[in-house]
Design a protein around this ligand. Structure first.
Ligand code: ATP
Ligand code: HMH
Length: 270
């Protein structure tokens, strides 16, 4: 039986991040993908031109429709926009007893547009992280969640521990923003031990949607029954290939190539 994965996120009209990145990733990793939209963004490779949240009722109804009938083996959250939407998601996760929840605490798009209201950080910490199996902040998001600056590896570890204290089993702090490093290194804290997942840093402007794609790949692998360690290992290979075979689309930060992980051979012969 095909496993199922659900994303609760915003739409990126440009197709590189958000719901679109998640569904493409689910498809490539061979799980059945479903989506609950929280907001529509007018967005392209140059930035975010508009943000239009959906009515709360629409978010709750989509969740009920999917979960009453189809169910899911794992789910992820991306752009949640405000605290009311966070509370709705938390309620539904409890009601339907969903325990493989991946929270990508999306706050700000690469161009600087806000995808989460500041007051919603509290709801994220209090209502959603305690229900989560893993959360995947980038460094600025980890700084906000842990309420501290991160300037060293030791800081990263301290921040991971502080975020774990909100009740989430696994904290993965991504190193994509460490632009001076020659590696892209992500730090996992599983409540007891630290592990790092490392790849070489690829020099490219086309990194739109890396975070969404990465957390969607983790979600797909967890849906198929992988351990957290194996799920992150596959996701790291998936995102590294997607960045290596980046797409020169649009005039700004182009998207990653969701097709690359499974079809490198074809791309190499192009
Ligand atoms: N230039 C790069 N080369 C190799 N790996 C990268 C690069 N940039 C990001 N990554 C990897 O991509 C994954 C996503 O990390 P990143 O920190 O970019 O997420 P993010 O900031 O949440 O993304 P987004 O901008 O989509 O919100 C991580 O595994 C990170 O190490
Ligand atoms: C809709 C949406 N979700 C998440 C991100 C973060 O990359 C984005 N740019 N757009």
């Amino acid at each position: 039986m095909m496993k199922k994965a659900l994303t609760i996120a915003g739409s990126d009209s440009g197709g590189g991040a958000g719901i679109q990145a998640d569904l493409k990733t689910f498809q490539e990793l061979e799980v059945y993908g479903m989506s609950v939209l929280t907001a529509v963004t007018a967005q392209n490779t140059l930035g975010v031109q508009g943000v239009y949240p959906l009515p709360y009722e629409a978010v709750a109804k989509q969740l009920d429709s999917v979960l009453v009938d189809i169910g899911t083996d794992a789910l992820k959250t991306g752009m949640l926009f405000d605290s009311e939407i966070i509370e709705i998601v938390a309620e539904k996760v409890k009601q339907y007893q969903l325990n493989t929840l991946v929270v990508d605490p999306v706050m700000i798009a690469k161009g600087g547009a806000s995808l989460l209201q500041t007051e919603a950080i509290l709801a994220l910490r209090k209502s959603l992280l305690p229900l989560s199996f893993v959360t995947t902040p980038n460094i600025p998001e980890a700084e906000v969640l842990a309420n501290m600056e991160i300037t060293s590896q030791e800081d990263k570890k301290e921040a991971a521990k502080r975020i774990a204290d909100f009740g989430v089993n696994n904290v993965l702090i991504k190193g994509g923003h460490e632009e001076n490093a020659d590696i892209a290194s992500d730090l996992l804290f599983d409540g007891e031990h630290f592990h790092t997942f490392t790849s070489k840093r690829i020099q490219t402007e086309n990194t739109h949607g890396t975070g969404c794609t990465f957390s969607a790949a983790i979600t797909a692998e967890l849906a198929k029954g992988a351990s957290i360690f194996d799920a992150i290992s596959v996701a790291k290979a998936f995102i590294t290939d997607a960045i290596t075979y980046d797409l020169h689309i649009g005039n700004g930060h182009g998207p990653t190539n969701h097709w690359a992980y499974k079809h490198k051979g074809v791309l190499d012969n192009d």
